[in-house]
Design a protein around this ligand. Structure first.
Ligand code: ZN
Ligand code: ZN
Length: 234
């Protein structure tokens, strides 16, 4: 399956049960996350598909340092020379290629099954060097402005990314959209994870992309508010 447009200038790139997102900026292309290993051809195909070339990929911003988000990163950087960005708490795992910090499965039976199926802390990836650490609430001057929101819980160094010009949130693994909005497969800290879900529900955006599941093109923040927003006092 090839890349698909989500909103103007944003394409979802399927990378083996995990999504990456390609943003077309006036300053070149930016990629959010880098999928499972050996999936780099999906990114290069998506770039070809919009009539651009691989050397126009300038920025590779990671939501977090898990194997299904950094797997093809080294190969992508080799071909494009893209600058890499990640929260400091996850940089050591990306730069060593594992092992990864353990997670507890998300509450519920599905979490138990999926976590064991999709996350192996002892897995090893090709390491990727990170050029720039991310800071909570900074606005990266990429593609007209990408705001960094530290959202720990699933992973200590997890960030969500809000692309201001397109009002699109990249939620990474704060949540999934597999059968509606739901939990990621696991959490390092469930309490922090819930706080991060509520933090995203307090933001205003139109579209949303997820590490796993279907992107939402319209009225996405209403769905987040319904699921995790402040409940009105009775
Ligand atoms: Zn993850
Ligand atoms: Zn993931």
């Amino acid at each position: 399956m090839g890349a698909k447009r989500v909103i103007n200038r944003v394409h979802v790139v399927p990378m083996g049960m995990a999504n990456a997102f390609l943003i077309e900026g006036d300053d070149g292309l930016a990629l959010i996350d880098a999928g499972f290993p050996a999936k780099e051809a999906a990114v290069f195909g998506a770039i070809d598909g919009i009539g651009r070339s691989a050397d126009q990929l300038r920025h590779l911003v990671f939501t977090h340092g898990h194997p299904d988000h950094i797997g093809s990163a080294a190969a992508i950087v080799r071909k494009t020379g893209a600058r890499t960005y990640m929260h400091p708490l996850d940089i050591p795992v990306a730069e060593s290629g594992g092992p990864f910090r353990p997670m507890r499965p998300a509450p519920g039976l599905l979490g138990q099954v999926l976590c064991r199926l999709f996350f192996d802390p002892d897995e090893r990836m090709e390491p990727v060097a990170i050029d720039q650490p991310l800071t909570d609430r900074e606005i990266l001057p990429i593609a007209g402005g990408i705001e960094v929101i530290h959202t720990p819980g699933h992973c200590a160094g997890h960030v969500a990314l809000l692309w201001h010009p397109g009002r699109m949130l990249f939620a990474g693994d704060v949540c999934t959209n597999l059968m509606g909005l739901g939990d990621p497969v696991g959490f390092e800290s469930l309490e922090q994870g819930r706080a991060s879900q509520r933090k995203l529900a307090s933001l205003s955006f139109d579209a949303a992309g997820f590490g796993h599941g279907k992107p939402i093109a319209h009225d996405a923040s209403a769905q987040f508010r319904y699921k995790w927003g402040q409940k009105l006092a009775a």
